[in-house]
Design a protein around this ligand. Structure first.
Ligand SMILES: [Zn+2]
Length: 349
């Protein structure tokens, strides 16, 4: 048997060319098997056949085979490292954070329709020189009834209308306020006239709930006291308020005689129906008017109860119902939706 050592130079050249064209690790493994495979490997076969050669040939051929073997082993290892690195780089490139990509949107909530309405109302009154005043929801009988000239036997004081608190826990005569007028008393007790205030807030009535009644709802109370403040001022202020609240639509106010213990004279206040704007619709029961507030001149007794001289000072007070205004404005037919926390309802505003 004779082997020409020169053929290994060709093998090396051929292997080098093949190696240069390899781009995947699978192909690299195939090439490794071609030369180093246990059965079919070109170099494995050559090494195996060395034992059949003469001593002289063993030296020359053996040297040539080992040279190619070392060269190829090193070249294969080098190529493998390069391929692994390329793969890694490719992976990193795919995972790179794109800072120009649009961000994930975090869902944000918004204010409750009632809160939106009350906020807007406050803005309008502040622009007219009114201060926004708040008071406690747990009130004394004096602030909620006595000082407001509500007679001791008035039905509003009844258990059926008022949530009285357990005297053993809260002390005698404590209740959940039935009106925000209590805030007027607190303010007048501690301030000198003249003043203009509004008092928005939650009030409570011990009532069975239905589409138009809730055990809790909101009120916006207003009070303006001065030397010569009259009901004409009330009409002007409230007209401006409703016009601004309803996007500068032409709105009128009308008074109808009424009775409240804390005002004299007292009026029910109607405003041009802001569903049909006077054209008469189902919402206003074909009258063209909506009943939205009560008002009147502050009763002299109320002023005296807080130590203000009724011969020197006079003023008007009003109480509006934001729930009713919002319901008419947005076409909401059930007041309970306002407090139900139903997202399908709230998302519409
Ligand atoms: Zn109408």
């Amino acid at each position: 048997m004779h082997i020409d050592p020169k053929q290994f130079e060709h093998i090396q050249k051929e292997a080098a060319t093949e190696l240069a064209h390899i781009v995947t690790r699978e192909d690299l493994e195939r090439l490794r098997l071609k030369y180093f495979g246990r059965k079919e490997g070109v170099l494995t076969g050559a090494l195996r056949s060395l034992k059949d050669l003469s001593e002289e040939e063993k030296k020359t051929v053996g040297h040539a085979v080992h040279t190619v073997k070392l060269y190829l082993e090193e070249a294969l290892a080098k190529k493998e490292r390069a391929l692994i690195e390329a793969e890694l780089h490719d992976q990193q490139r795919k995972e790179k954070i794109d800072v120009t990509a649009p961000g994930k949107k975090i869902p944000a909530g918004h204010l409750h329709p009632l809160t939106q309405l009350i906020d807007k109302a406050c803005d309008i009154f502040i622009a007219m020189g009114f201060a926004v005043v708040e008071g406690p929801e747990v009130e004394t009988e004096r602030h909620n009834f006595d000082a407001l000239n509500v007679p001791k036997d008035h039905p509003a004081r009844d258990m059926q209308d008022t949530f009285w608190l357990d005297p053993a826990v809260a002390g005698p005569g404590m209740l959940l306020r039935t009106q925000t007028s209590s805030v007027q008393i607190r303010y007048m007790e501690t301030h000198e006239p003249p003043f203009r205030i509004i008092a928005p807030g939650r009030v409570f009535r011990s009532e069975a709930t239905d589409a138009t009644h809730e055990a809790q709802f909101y009120q916006i109370e207003g009070l303006m006291v001065g030397k010569d403040v009259s009901l004409a001022n009330a009409k002007a202020v409230l007209e401006v308020f409703f016009q601004r609240l309803l996007a500068n639509k032409k709105i009128s106010i009308r008074f109808r005689p009424s009775y409240f213990p804390f005002t004299e004279p007292s009026v029910e206040m109607d405003v041009t129906c802001f569903k049909c704007f006077g054209k008469k619709c189902a919402v206003c029961k074909r009258t063209g008017w909506l009943e939205v507030a009560g008002a009147g001149m502050v009763h002299p007794k109320v002023l005296e109860n807080v130590g203000i001289d009724a011969r020197e000072w006079q003023g008007f007070a009003f109480g509006a119902a934001p729930d009713r205004i919002a319901m008419t404005r947005y076409g909401i037919d059930d007041i309970r939706l306002m407090y139900g926390g139903d997202m399908r309802f709230l998302k519409q505003f």
